[in-house]
Ligand binder design. Structure first.
Ligand code: ADP
Length: 537
């Protein structure tokens, strides 16, 4: 521009104008090509980085122990995998691009400005420190406001998760109005926090523009004065103005970025705080690989608490279950029956004492192999949003259809499955057919059957079903327990009486043990319990 105004126009050299325009065109074209590569490859790298980080975090959640998951809300973990990593992704691309790009432009432009006119440059850059200070003060206020927003958002997520999961209770107690008010309040807090942040950013951007514009106006005034006095040429002041306009974009972008940067670091911190946790339960190296287990299980003075500051849930449990026998765990609720059986597949780790299978501490087995030799049927087992067949074969993917049907028949589930709209291919769970408690249980039993485990852990449902279903389930249980060591948290009289050994658990200790007849014959706690539970009915 300067050469066109100062040289080409005064001499009337149109050829020179076109040469200069040609050069400028070449510069713009290369700029565009570079921008394409930067955008495309920059985004590609950012996408791949976030993909890997998302996988890492997901895998970490798979491996972290039950104790970790007990203390975490699903909503929070989901927000880390989705929200935080989205924020990271934005920054992984835009951050370096903005910072490096802006610095290059700022430094480059300043150098050029100085060569054009040092005096004018110094005057026009006077506003830069003022602008930076102004932005810094507002950024700090915004940072606090953004942190508040994040906290309010987390509270809202938690409330939402709780609410939607508990919708049945809310309706049953006709508490919709109360819940709506509570949610509206949380939502209002979030909006207010967000408005606070918006207030500062509304001041920041117009404010920085005014400061910037003042710089430009000063240049026009002082530059005009210098031109009038022939210190600089008209071409110089026009070119100077052009460069100064370029100067303002990266400057404003850096101001913008400072906000992103604080959010980025907060997200990184959250990411690593979970990634750095060592899974509490790990396979030992040099572990035992031979898995032709007999299935003898022994507890030796086992003490256990869910967390270090909690009171012990199990206070010295010792017993021995011979291979292929059925052990019933009986006792008041909260006594520690479920906690006891959870220690066998190492869902939790004992604090003191030992759990042994075939005389070997469970800690010395390969963790996957250990868990593969044990099946658990829980009271309200989770069914995945998937077909019936895939739910049954969950522990043994790739099983043949005929095997799936065979175990479903053994579990007395075949008949009702065939009555479902698409038989074994019916979708169940959240997005499919809803099954009754008795039906879900029989699918869980079929799932355990298919795994053909050496050790079976079964938590009998407490919820009552009709007599016929009860009989079908009892039948299935009898079949699934034969030929393997079984632990049943028993609630039905028939199961208790059939068990080879009964452990009566009370307050984290085994109060009594023996078979039904032995325990009934003496004045035992079990006898009292049994009389209250079953005789009064
Ligand atoms: P039972 O199966 O005999 O009803 P549990 O083994 O489920 O008893 O519970 C024993 C105790 O451990 C209870 O006091 C219960 O509150 C506590 N407990 C159970 N599960 C957890 C857990 N995941 N985290 C902390 N405490 C738990």
């Amino acid at each position: 521009i300067r050469n066109i105004i100062d040289k080409a126009i005064p001499t009337g050299d149109f050829g020179y104008i076109m040469t200069l325009v040609g050069w400028a065109f070449a510069v713009y074209v290369s700029g565009a090509v570079i921008r394409f590569f930067r955008t495309y490859y920059g985004h590609r790298v950012a996408q791949k980085i976030t993909r890997d980080m998302r996988n890492d975090l997901y895998n970490q959640y798979q491996f972290l122990s039950m104790s970790f998951h007990d203390n975490k809300k699903t909503g929070e973990l989901m927000s880390r995998i989705i929200d935080d990593l989205n924020r990271l992704q934005e920054f992984v691309y835009h951050g370096p691009e903005a910072i490096i790009g802006s610095l290059v432009i700022l430094i480059g432009t300043t150098v050029v400005l100085f060569t054009l006119s040092a005096r004018l440059t110094i005057i026009s850059l006077i506003f830069v420190p003022i602008l930076l200070l102004f932005s810094y003060i507002l950024m700090k206020k915004m940072h606090i406001a953004f942190r508040n927003t994040r906290e309010h958002k987390a509270t809202m997520n938690d409330r939402l998760e709780d609410n939607l999961a508990g919708i049945k209770v809310i309706k049953a107690f006709a508490n919709e109005g109360f819940e709506m008010d509570r949610f509206a309040e949380t939502n209002q807090d979030h909006t207010e926090a967000r408005m606070e942040a918006i207030k500062y950013s509304s001041i920041l951007f117009p404010g920085s523009r005014i400061l910037n514009a003042s710089g430009i106006l000063v240049v026009l005034a002082y530059g005009g004065y210098l031109t009038l006095n022939n210190v600089i040429t008209v071409g110089t002041i026009v070119a100077f103005y052009g460069y100064l306009m370029q100067f303002r974009e990266p400057l404003l972008r850096m101001v913008h970025m400072a906000e992103g940067l604080s959010r980025f670091f907060a997200s990184m911190e959250r990411f690593f705080s979970h990634l750095d946790i060592k899974p509490g339960i790990q396979s030992k190296t040099g572990k035992i690989q031979d898995f032709s287990l007999k299935g003898e299980v022994e507890f030796r003075d086992v003490h256990f608490a869910y967390s270090t500051d909690d009171k012990e849930v199990l206070e010295g449990i010792s017993f021995k279950a011979e291979a292929n026998k059925t052990v019933a765990l009986v006792g008041p609720s909260g006594a520690g029956k479920t906690s006891t059986v959870r220690l066998i597949p190492r869902l939790y780790e004992v604090d003191r004492g030992q759990v042994l299978i075939d005389g070997v501490d469970v800690k010395d087995y390969d963790l996957n192999e250990l868990r593969n030799s044990i099946a658990m049927v829980m009271q309200d087992d989770f069914l995945f949003s998937n077909t019936v067949a895939e739910n049954i074969s969950y522990g043994c993917p790739g099983s043949l259809r005929e095997d799936i049907i065979r175990v479903a028949k053994e579990a007395n589930a075949h008949q009702f499955i065939m009555e479902l709209p698409h038989g074994y291919d019916t979708q169940v769970g959240q997005r499919g057919v809803k099954l009754s408690g008795g039906q879900r249980q029989r699918i869980s039993i079929a799932r355990a059957f298919l795994k053909n485990p050496r050790i079976l852990i079964l938590d009998e449902a407490t919820s009552s079903v009709d007599l016929e279903t009860e009989k079908l389930i009892q039948d299935a249980i009898n079949r699934v327990t034969t030929g393997r060591t079984t632990f049943i948290i028993a609630h039905r009289l028939a199961t208790i009486i059939n068990a080879d050994n009964i452990l009566f658990i009370e307050k984290g200790k085994i109060a009594e043990s023996g078979n039904h007849q032995e325990l009934i014959d003496r004045e035992s706690k079990y006898k009292k319990f049994y009389t209250m539970q079953f005789q009064s009915a």
